[in-house]
Design a protein around this ligand. Structure first.
Ligand code: T46
Length: 135
């Protein structure tokens, strides 16, 4: 897996005089079935989140409100992506180290995930992650 396997996905947006509606359907708009939804909010200015990789988990990360940056790292290459639209999600495949920062005030990060929470699926040590991608 590499950061080339991660991509921005434009979700459907239905607009009328009442506002916008966006939806996500498993395996139609994203390449996995959604098993879990979680969200980050009330993130203090200057805070950093992430700092880990997943062995098997696939995720779609969406800035539902405000904005933040995600740095993707596959052990060879790094890429910083700014998310600021509630109809654009970042698909993150397994074995990608991610770090998140630059959260704007009041931002909300929603994550659609392919599996339930499992701490055993995490690499939380960067050297362990590098050893795994290099093996
Ligand atoms: C990711 C980024 C975008 C749970 O109990 N259930 C959950 O579903 C999650 C996601 C976390 N937790 C617990 C585990 C920790 O004790 O909540 C605590 C904070 O989790 P963590 O430090 O992993 O949070 P972030 O914001 O650094 O990372 C999270 C996700 O863990 C991660 O998969 O990609 O958001």
């Amino acid at each position: 897996m590499s950061i080339a396997d991660c991509n921005l996905i434009d979700l459907p947006k239905i607009s009328d005089h009442r506002g916008n509606l966006t939806f996500v359907e498993s395996r139609i708009h994203i390449p996995f079935a959604i098993e879990r939804v979680y969200y980050l909010y009330d993130v203090p200015g200057g805070a950093e989140r992430g700092g880990h990789a997943h062995k098997e988990l696939c995720q779609l990360i969406v800035a539902m409100s405000g904005s933040f940056d995600i740095v993707l790292d596959d052990g060879k290459e790094k890429k910083r992506i700014h998310l600021n639209r509630s109809y654009t999600g970042l698909y993150v495949c397994p074995m990608i180290w991610r770090e998140m920062d630059n959260f704007s005030s009041g931002s909300v990060c929603m994550v659609l995930a392919s599996n339930r929470y499992d701490e055993a699926d995490y690499y939380r040590d960067y050297q362990d992650f590098l050893r795994a991608v290099e093996s």
